[in-house]
Design a binder for this molecule. Structure first.
Ligand code: SF4
Length: 519
């Protein structure tokens, strides 16, 4: 673990004068409004910062209770408000960028078609990619699953006597439990993406595929850094914190034995791959040490270099509402005197490819737009899903890893379809969420009580006369039942809502009385 940052002691907050709010030298203004989140103001939000709500409790293979963790997140109003506003801000920026490109829908269709074509010829393009990468001087490995991926990387590091590894953000390595594995074999891993480093130091998983620490207030980050790199616990100025982390991590980067990156796109015709970042950290991870290892999911391959432009135009606009990522780095082969290894990882992807209703989820380019727009995700935080992938894309990917453990997740959606509308590669996300619900019922992976309730509802709804009699009885009873009978632990719906007053007349009886004769 890094040492306390003595060099930061007594250092004042560094803010450009134009960003300072009157009366508060540390606050940040944007568009005349004081920012209230981790990217914003520097004074304490209140005397005692709100405690960060933690993610879902994991109990082995038992179904993750997303609703329970979401309720804890919602019960932390500063976190919930910041999270909701910050992600909605990204969604609005995405919309502005989208409106600036007249051919946006064509781009989406093209991206979707390229991905569909590639996925239906995946074996062919993977072999082409491998052959071209090898001819570029890259060593190519294949990993069937997470365990094999971790062992292969460990083997490469062992061959080089490497004891420390710097890496840029990669959801695939999160999938593989890579950091925990490396810790178990005595190799130090240092994340170089700021958000991911914050999460690593806090021993938490990323809560978003693009902005891993988006659920944290700046006071949470100040607490983590004061505990791990020795910053002033009372100083939550974002510039101070970012510089502290830069100063603490830079020496570790310079001394690392090996570097690791993920991959956004692997180009079959050239055997090259592309990593998109906003901090330049992938370039440091790839270029400072002589040994570069890239972990690549097999679905990342695209046929030709000319296809890259389609995805690059969509990716950052959909993710952060910016025209481009700051860095779009192309890796062609090992640096002079160095070595480059690629690990092509399956980890359930081939199996997913065979699922007729769910295979198009492999088109995902991990932009996070579906998360930013999802009302459930925005208000419950990514860690409430208790899985590598959260939000709408998580709901359709996670059950492919473990249907029992993630059986509750497809129900954490209002099926409003906004995720599908914003997806740059046109995945029918909300339809797949609904399909997963059916699939989980078929596989007996829903609680017995829910199954029994659905069965009873089905029976009732299929008998109009019985349904109308039940409604009449319920309306009569609701008017007289004491509150505790209606609002109790069995009525989750009523926790945050009032049951409406029963109408004097149902629509059906009104229709019969007023229009019945006309039909
Ligand atoms: S499913 Fe679509 S919107 Fe969601 S992360 Fe993947 S590409 Fe982006």
């Amino acid at each position: 673990m890094s040492k306390p940052a003595e060099h930061l002691e007594g250092r004042p907050a560094m803010l450009h004068p134009e960003l300072r709010a009157g009366g508060d030298p540390d606050a940040i203004l944007r568009g005349g409004r004081r920012l209230d989140h981790a990217g914003g103001s520097s004074g304490p939000l209140r005397a005692e910062p709100e405690k960060q709500p933690r993610g879902a409790k994991i109990h082995g293979n038992r179904p993750v209770d997303q609703a329970e963790a979401a309720a804890r997140f919602i019960a932390a109003p500063e976190h919930e408000k910041m999270h909701d506003e910050r992600l909605w801000d990204l969604r609005q920026k995405r919309d502005r960028e989208m409106h600036g490109i007249p051919e946006w829908e064509e781009l989406r269709s093209l991206a979707s078609a390229i991905k569909e074509h590639t996925l239906t010829h995946l074996d062919q393009y993977l072999e082409q990619f491998e052959a071209n990468a090898r001819s570029n001087g890259i060593t190519v490995h294949w990993a069937r699953d997470a365990a094999e991926h971790n062992q292969i990387v460990h083997g490469i590091l062992k061959d080089h006597g490497a004891k420390s590894l710097i890496k840029s953000k990669s959801m695939l390595t999160e999938e593989c439990g890579f950091r925990a594995y490396m810790a178990s074999v005595g190799i130090e891993v240092i994340e170089t993406d700021l958000g991911e480093r914050i999460q690593q130091l806090d021993n938490e998983d990323p809560s978003h595929v693009v902005v891993p620490a988006v659920h944290k207030l700046r006071t949470d980050v100040a607490e983590v850094f004061s505990r791990t790199i020795g910053t002033d616990p009372g100083n939550s100025d974002v510039h101070y914190l970012a510089e502290a982390q830069r100063d603490a991590t830079r020496p570790l980067i310079l001394a690392a034995d090996a570097g690791m990156t993920g991959c956004n796109f692997a180009v079959a015709e050239t055997g090259t791959f592309v990593v998109c970042t906003n901090e330049g950290n992938a370039d440091l991870s790839a270029n400072v040490p002589k040994l570069h290892i890239a972990s690549i999911g097999i679905e990342k391959v695209i046929p030709r270099l000319e296809h890259l432009g389609v995805f690059v135009r969509l990716l950052s606009r959909s993710a952060l509402g910016s025209p481009m990522t700051q860095y779009t780095s192309h890796f062609r082969g090992p640096r002079v005197g160095g070595e480059m290894h690629i690990v092509l990882v399956d980890n359930g992807r081939s199996e997913r490819l065979g699922l007729s209703e769910f295979w198009t989820s492999l088109k995902c380019i991990r932009c996070g737009a579906c998360m930013n727009t999802c009302p459930v995700y925005r208000r419950s935080g990514g860690l409430s899903y208790g899985a590598t992938y959260s939000g709408p894309i998580g709901l359709i990917i996670d059950p492919t890893f473990n249907a029992r453990k993630y059986s509750n997740l497809p129900f954490a959606s209002s099926l409003n379809g906004s995720c599908t509308n914003v997806c740059p590669v046109k995945i029918n996300i909300h339809e797949q969420i609904y399909a997963w619900r059916r699939e989980l019922v078929k596989r007996h992976e829903v609680p017995l009580a829910k199954k029994a309730a659905m069965k009873a509802a089905g029976e009732l709804l299929s008998r109009p006369a019985a349904y109308r009699a039940a409604i009449a009885m319920a309306d009569a009873a609701l008017a007289h039942l004491p509150r505790f009978v209606i609002y109790n632990g069995l009525n989750a719906w009523g926790k945050h809502r009032e049951v409406p007053h029963p109408p004097a007349q149902t629509f059906h009886s009104w229709y019969q009385a007023n229009r019945g004769g006309a039909t």
